[in-house]
Design a protein around this ligand. Sequence first.
Ligand code: URA
Length: 447
Amino acid sequence: MDYRMYDLIEKKKHNVTLTEDEILWMITEYTAGRIPDYQMSAMTMAIWFNGMTDEETTWLTMAMAKSGEMLDLSSIPGTKLDKHSTGGIGDKTTLIVTPILAALKVPVAKMSGRGLGFTGGTVDKLESIPGLRSDFSEEEFLRIVREVGFIDAAQTKELAPADKLLYALRDVTATVDSLPLIASSIMSKKLASGADRIVLDVKCGSGAFMQDPKSARELAGQMIRIGELAGRKVVAVISDMNEPLGHAVGNTVEVLEAMEVLRGKGEERLRELCLTIAVEMLQLSDQARSSREEAVEAVEETVRSGAAYEKFLEYVRAVGGDADYIRNAVEHVSGGEIPESPVETEQPVPVLSEKEGYLAACNNAEVGMTSVMLGAGREKKGDSIDMEAGILILKKLGDYVKKGETLAVLYTKKPEVLPAAKARLLAAYNISDEKPGTGPVILDILR
Ligand code: URA
């Protein structure tokens, strides 16, 4: 059936629900270049103002998911799990959770992104391991999941090309921050990646898309309903992103911190979030335990026994990476919470507190931008990154700092950016005389 884009914009402008057929036509035609950007911009703005029903959002998601190739995971036996984070600072959870699940015989076929702007990407972090590959053919991708039990890969093919076009358009027409458009964008890529069950980590706070728990819950609820209508079970963990997760922000530094957690140590909140996501994924899988307590015990045992860490090393070897590099690097790590000298080629530069008091608040996006300035991230697509650049945050929200005490340590090969980077990091923290209340890392779990 052929429609006129003008009529569909007129309908949405008057808040009349679009049909499944109309949405499919619109997305198909737009992807094929037969609807101009100016008409699609008018549509996204009408959606921004009037929203979409759950059905419309699901139809939009499915139309975008089907706009390119869909990955077929049926050659991997059993129920396949995936996880997705809505993006944060210092988020190395995938590096920890996926080998834990594989050690529990739960297959995880995960495609991850590269970092852009103030959020880092799992693929970049992994590629800081010498030799490690992230780009695979579809056959290799499926074989690695069958043989190792998990994969953290870059996209094997172009998933949901309609989302890519629409996201670029939203970015320049002030329509990114629309709940149905964000939910359909994320879920279209998840549905196209083929997993049966999905655990979402919806971040909430100053370093996240959703700044407050109410909007994070709304986004999570919307994505769960899309999953239900599309026949996929989705669980959403809502987690705090008001300060970096763990201590490390960067690439090499984050991999080494992830190894700490896999070896049974690591910062408490990072550990708690990883173990919670792993438990939720386990309970959605064919290996689900009969109670939550048993699931927690099973997850903790894979870490205690070293099985999850060994699984990570097995993966590194399987994808061409140097597992001895990891073994040697972890030897240099303190054995406590904080990797003390994670990189040897760059001089660590301390950032000293200019005031005394409690760390009361953090503008987390600014911490992310500081790490980009140091060379750890990309300002625009295609920029190269310095794997060893980054930040170790030594003080966390609620900690007391003395004037002159080290708040953080910076690593960079660009000494010229250090004065501005130090000032930016210091400005990101608010130091107060009053001890602040610090909330939990897990704000909610929606099933
Ligand atoms: N992440 C996405 O993939 N899409 C959005 O619209 C927002 C965050």
